[in-house]
Design a protein around this ligand. Structure first.
Ligand code: PLP
Length: 398
């Protein structure tokens, strides 16, 4: 143990890449008295939230919502579209794309993996080759994780769609937007996304527990012939309900919260929200790049074109444990960082910089990480936080 644990005091700096900080006004909105979800007084709130979510997804198509975390929306996207034995292709960019692939296998789908280097991201030639080789169009869908939360890497979905169109492949394009929506640019209709999977607890700054799918007309048509078993998550069943979602009780508190979080996002403006994420992310990267001197920790993502603006994974020098750094940050300084997932366990820690976040929160987090590196004897070049400050100060001028 490098340090003595302390009782947590002050507000915890939550630098996990999801769930994320919940703004005070959203917390207050969620603390709403119980209402009957069929009460006419609730319907305008519900309808405003659906309309607002469509504006954030940038879609004019259908939305279905679920009481469940992102996994529920993943499952809904698969059971509503496919039949046993159907083939889907997953672009393997990291832990979350692998998990979605595993779910597809569990649901009796055949999965083709389009492998990608976890540190550099997809080589579009591999996608083009896989689609061109599928002359019988047996691949029914491409599943793409827009932002790999495990590695801190963005997948340019517009380019995925461009390659599909170039090859003339009719597969559906399914996109996980769980750690990108409300943080990175996302345009469901313009980018030809057929199903966009999202969750409440990241860029939307809400408690965990609600997820949703934007669904294109083409996907709704595919749904009509799908034979995988479904009931609670069935879009057909949902369309018969008054809310056109939620086979069971509607989580009304989350809707009061969503109404407020949409208000916050739109008050700031979605472009400005993305610009803020980009600025804070760049400050984190400058800091980590500075630390990487003296054989220190490195950015896990080595492809600058694909850096994620919502999460940065930091790779430890050989022989040093990322979990020790996380423990010190939490137990001594009340800062919660994300850990490495799957094969990256112990090798990376992750700094989440999405949601309700500003410069002092990022600088506070980076300062604690720098202290935790020092306390754990991890080699690094001190002064990373100063590099981040310099960048943020300069950015404040423009
Ligand atoms: N997809 C991505 C990219 C994620 O980051 C996560 C969770 O962090 C999930 C899927 C799973 O979502 P949930 O934990 O809400 O079920």
């Amino acid at each position: 143990m490098a340090t003595k644990p302390r009782l947590p005091r002050g507000r915890q700096f939550f630098a996990n890449p999801g769930p994320t900080n919940i703004p005070d006004s959203v917390l207050h909105a969620v603390a709403h008295v119980t209402v009957d979800f069929n009460d006419p007084a609730f319907m305008p709130v519900y309808e405003a939230c659906v309309a607002g979510l469509k504006r954030v997804l940038k879609t004019e198509q259908e939305i279905f919502m679920y009481t469940g975390s992102g996994h529920a929306a993943w499952e809904a996207s698969l059971v509503n579209l496919f039949s046993p034995g159907d083939k889907v292709a997953i672009i393997e960019t990291g832990y979350f794309s692998l998990s979605w692939a595993q779910m597809a296998k569990d649901l009796s789908l055949e999965v083709e993996t389009i492998a990608a280097d976890w540190r550099r991201g997809l080589d579009f030639a591999a996608l083009r080759a896989a689609l061109a080789a599928d002359t019988t169009h047996s691949i029914k869908a491409i599943c793409a994780v827009h932002n790999e939360t495990a590695t801190g890497m963005e997948l340019p979905l517009k380019q995925v769609r461009a390659v599909m169109d170039e090859v003339g492949h009719p597969a559906l394009l399914l996109s996980d937007t769980i750690s990108s929506l409300g943080s990175l640019e996302f345009r469901m209709d313009d980018w030809g996304i057929d199903v966009a999977v999202g969750g409440s607890q990241k860029g939307l700054m809400l408690p965990t527990g609600m997820s949703f799918t934007g669904v294109s007309a083409k996907a709704l048509a595919a749904h009509k012939t799908s034979r995988l078993p479904k009931s609670y998550l069935s879009w057909t069943n949902m369309l018969t309900r008054k809310h056109k979602s939620f086979v069971g009780t509607v989580p009304t508190s989350l809707f009061y919260g969503l109404q407020e979080s949409l208000r916050l996002l739109e008050e700031e403006g979605l472009d400005e929200v993305c610009a803020r994420h980009s600025r804070l992310a760049e400050a984190v990267r400058r800091c980590v790049r500075h630390w990487s001197g003296n054989a220190g920790p490195q950015l896990f993502c080595t492809n600058p074109d694909r850096y994620s603006d919502s999460v940065t994974a930091v790779m430890m020098p050989e022989g040093h444990d990322a979990e020790a750094v996380r423990r010190t940050a939490l137990q001594s300084f009340n800062v919660s960082l994300g850990g490495g997932l799957g094969p990256l366990g112990g090798k990376v820690f992750r700094i989440g910089h999405l949601g309700d976040l500003n410069e002092p929160m990022i600088l506070g987090t980076l300062s604690v990480v720098e202290m935790a590196l020092k306390l754990n004897g991890v080699p690094h070049a001190p002064g990373g936080v100063a590099a981040a400050m310099e960048y943020l100060a300069e950015a404040a001028r423009s």
